[in-house]
Ligand binder design. Sequence first.
Ligand code: NAD
Length: 357
Amino acid sequence: MAGGEKKIRSDNLKAVVRYIFAKAGSLPRECDLLADHLIEANLKGHDSHGIGMIPAYIAALKVDELKLNASPRLISETGSTLVLDGGLGLGQSIAHDAMAMGIERAKAYGSSIVALHNSHHIGRIGHWAEQCAAAGFVSIHFVNVIAEPVVAPFGGTVARVVTNPISIGIPREGHAAVIVDFATSRLAHGKIRVAYNKGITVPEGTLIDAAGHPTNDPAALFSDPRGAILPFGEHKGWTLAFACEALAGALTGGEAIKGVVTRKAIVNNMLSILIAPNRIGTAPTYFRELEEMITWVQSPAPGADPTVLLPGDPERKTRTERLRDGIPVDPATWAQILSAAGEIGVTSSSLEAAAGL
Ligand code: NAD
């Protein structure tokens, strides 16, 4: 174990999540959806969206900016399009239910659009693409984030937006779905928190400090005044971050970012588009062209090993390793979880026991 890092089995970590949120007041279904989501994020290597989010959720809960056991409320529907209000409910159950509603509509119409606004943090967006892919749907998800701005627009030197993620789920025949899923910033905010907790630097070109100068010290994002994360791909990442504000923030009937945010809640708005290849008549072409293209792009240069991965491959590899070896949890993250859980009356000893430590 490196530097006091613990390796905890995924089932035990799920038990930790369930224990904390049952104590907070979540019903068993919500505890299960949350535990499955957070631990899947950890298993897939996205620790930024795993158990490390628990302290932020408890902070929002304590000031009543996160509602437990809520359901999405139907605001309007026009055939295949649903507008839903998440009511600041726990995002892992709100988005699950919203996607289930979208899947039902897409089964009926061949495609659907779900405009979900005002949910609390919906975690790893690839999770929702996976839910749609498991039901046979191609899906596209644009998300904006209403929280303290941490990302500078291309050309800017101060934070104006958050990490606005995008995900695309591409089901295949006979293979796991391809899952495109990333923040439009160079690094997800939570990954900078993880680096800060671990006391390590972030790659060059990720951050600027409060004076607008490049830095690889994650502390720049936790100081006052604060620095900012840069968009990925220079102007290209910024254009997608902007599209997330327009599509997920404004078009869903939610909120686009427009100033300093002081509340504890991390609000997500998401525009999801679901398409059933077999319902729009293109399934034979879709599956054939997809497989032939994948064979082509992955064909190695003569004499070389195949090195081209598909989106979703790195996560599957990490998942296999972490299911076998356990999920690494650094001491700072674990201490933050114990401290936050303590604030709602959960003892450290009970969590250590649930974690099998
Ligand atoms: P990332 O930079 O690790 O990129 C992940 C994507 O790139 C995945 O699709 C992955 O399969 C693919 N990928 C990685 N290496 C690859 C390779 N060698 N070949 C082919 N594909 C490869 O992700 P990120 O930007 O750090 O985002 C992490 C997570 O944070 C995502 O799950 C995202 O949804 C989530 N997020 C959520 C919010 C929110 O507000 N809810 C905000 C930002 C990010």
